[in-house]
Design a protein around this ligand. Structure first.
Ligand code: ADP
Ligand code: AMP
Length: 214
């Protein structure tokens, strides 16, 4: 099963993608997580990506497409995957379609997690990410057991640089301009599904499993 998560930054794509990956035993592939791991390890790719990410801009398509195509070659992708944060532009979606049709496959579901802009700022200013394992929390909606400490690995939780309010506004406008057109793109392909992302995360997940089936 090949699933794409769509939605504004902070809509809950990553939160739901992790649950989908567990439930359906497929890998969760987040291009944002891959870039952050590269930044942490100070790779050349990480240094390039950081200049865009810190400004709230998208990393150029060619860098992202090369990276994801390499990721698809890994054996854990053989039964599908849930993509979180890719594609984010029409050229990225076309690159994915071309790669899949070359092997006689296609995207099965594109799930749009719908959250209005006014809720997004609260979501992102309260998001905390673990510096160790990348797990995400929210100070009000999904707090860790001990303040600023990851439940899973015990490392510190931090506010992402690009979750600062001034960058969030930029990311939202980039989303509306460059990523939102993908909703129509996948509607035309007949795979677009929408869920209300403003309800409790368990209820969002229940709506998603109703779409994906058992
Ligand atoms: P995305 O991957 O779309 O950027 P995340 O999954 O990281 O978004 O979620 C953004 C923030 O909102 C996180 O702090 C997360 O804990 C919180 N969150 C996710 N889903 C919900 C929800 N349904 N209700 C309230 N908060 C949520
Ligand atoms: P995310 O963790 O998905 O919110 O992504 C964080 C940042 O990484 C984005 O704001 C972009 O700068 C960059 N990024 C992640 N995925 C992509 C993508 N598919 N295309 C371009 N930039 C991306």
């Amino acid at each position: 099963m090949k699933i794409i998560m769509l939605g504004a930054p902070g809509a809950g794509k990553g939160t739901q993608a992790k649950m989908i990956a567990d439930q359906y035993s497929i890998p969760h592939i987040s291009t944002g997580d891959i870039f952050r791991a590269n930044i942490k390890n100070n790779t050349e790719l990480g240094q390039k990506a950081k200049t865009y990410m810190d400004k709230g801009l998208l990393v150029p398509d060619e860098l992202v497409v090369d990276l994801i195509m390499d990721r698809f070659k890994e054996t854990d992708c053989k039964d599908g995957y849930v993509l979180d944060g890719f594609p984010r532009t029409i050229p990225q979606a076309e690159a994915l379609d071309n790669a899949l049709s070359a092997i006689g496959e296609k995207v099965d579901f594109a799930i749009n997690v719908e959250v209005p802009d006014e809720n997004i700022v609260t979501r992102m200013s309260g998001r905390r990410a673990c510096v160790g394992c990348g797990a995400t929390y929210h100070i009000a909606y999904n707090p860790p057991k001990a303040e600023n400490i990851c439940d899973r690995c015990g490392k510190d939780l931090v506010l992402r640089d690009d979750d600062k309010p001034e960058t969030v506004q930029k990311r939202l406008s980039v989303y509306h301009e460059q990523t939102q057109p993908l909703i129509q793109y996948y509607e035309k392909k007949g795979v677009m599904k929408e869920v209300d992302g403003t309800v409790d995360m368990k209820d969002v997940f229940a709506a998603i499993t109703a779409i994906l089936g058992e």
